[in-house]
Design a protein around this ligand. Structure first.
Ligand SMILES: Nc1nc2c(c(=O)[nH]1)N=C([C@H](O)[C@H](O)COP(=O)(O)OP(=O)(O)OP(=O)(O)O)CN2
Length: 283
């Protein structure tokens, strides 16, 4: 018998891509379980499947930086903080962070299909009673307008969002003077795509030229990251989705002189709304 649960949970992570650099990612998680029915007529109670799978994903690759250890130019070493990742292609990049902030994979590149197979194998190693095999599929949310990916870390977050390079794939909706504006959405999604968002308080050298260095200490340990400045947007506050929405609404309103409302998503199906009224340009 096979049991399925679609959209069981979501995974949010960042990927190091030898082609595109640091990318945020969000996936729906669908699962199938094979096995024998028990006396209760069930393979595995739906009420138990969800927490069983979710707790393992949360303790695994969710909110980590996924690293293809066999990609050209990628080096992973132990360091005082935990692990030191450095990469040279497509740009020079470095992260030092506690080991739990990374998922190191013995591959040349990472994609959703491979990750699904990897998770299926990991979860099937110690399955619950009567379950013989578990299959996991990671699925991107279908686009409904403009989408961008970003990475960040929230040092004040009590959970895994404190990790310096986890990310999201998110919709962005913008209203200009009460009307949806797909051109503004496309423009700002392009500006933000594959970016790193940083709280200016965590940037070591915000006003210098050259790569941006970011450092903070949080409950899980010491985090440090370096990447090209042109890949970064520096916000005057922690990069929560509330602050991202407010920062975007203010910038777009100031540039356009219009009343701007922004709906910023953090991954799938959740986010924040903010609005700002721009000053009309003098006649
Ligand atoms: N009000 C806010 N809460 C949280 C924010 C935020 O910006 N505003 N941000 C985060 C983290 O960045 C995190 O990446 C969000 O992850 P999420 O998948 O929501 O994690 P959860 O454990 O909360 O949810 P799941 O049920 O595991 O999907 C956290 N909170």
């Amino acid at each position: 018998m096979t049991l399925f649960v679609n959209n069981l949970t979501n995974i949010d992570a960042s990927i190091w891509s030898p082609q595109l650099g640091l990318m945020g990612a969000s996936w729906h998680v669908d699962v199938e379980l094979d096995g024998e029915l028990g006396e209760d007529g069930m393979l595995f109670d739906f009420g138990e499947v969800k927490p069983w799978i979710k707790s393992r994903l949360d303790a695994g690759l969710d909110h980590t930086l996924l690293v293809p250890a066999q990609a050209t130019g990628v080096k992973v070493e132990e360091c005082l903080e935990g692990l030191h990742l450095s990469a040279e292609l497509p740009y020079s990049f470095e992260v030092r962070a506690p080991r739990q902030a990374f998922t190191i994979l013995p591959w040349g590149e990472i994609n959703a299909e491979r990750l699904g197979a990897y998770l299926s194998q990991e979860l099937s190693k110690r399955p619950p009673p009567r379950v013989e095999a578990i299959r996991v599929r990671l699925r991107e949310e279908l686009p409904d307008g403009a989408i961008y990916t970003y990475s960040h870390g929230l040092k004040h977050h009590a959970g895994n969002c404190q990790r310096i390079a986890h990310g999201h794939r998110s919709h962005l909706r913008i209203w200009r003077d009460g009307q949806r504006d797909p051109e503004l959405e496309a423009h700002w999604s392009r500006q933000l795509d594959h970016s790193y968002l940083v709280d200016e308080e965590d940037a070591i050298n915000p006003r210098e030229s050259g790569p941006l260095k970011v450092r903070y200490r949080s409950a899980q340990g010491q985090f440090q990251l370096r990447l090209p400045r042109e890949r970064c947007h520096i916000l005057p506050a922690p990069t929560t989705v509330e602050h991202i929405a407010a920062w975007l609404a203010r910038q777009i309103a100031q540039a356009s002189g219009a009343h701007i409302r922004v709906q910023a998503f953090e991954g799938i199906d959740k986010g924040a709304l903010a609005q700002h009224r721009g000053e009309p340009s003098p006649a």
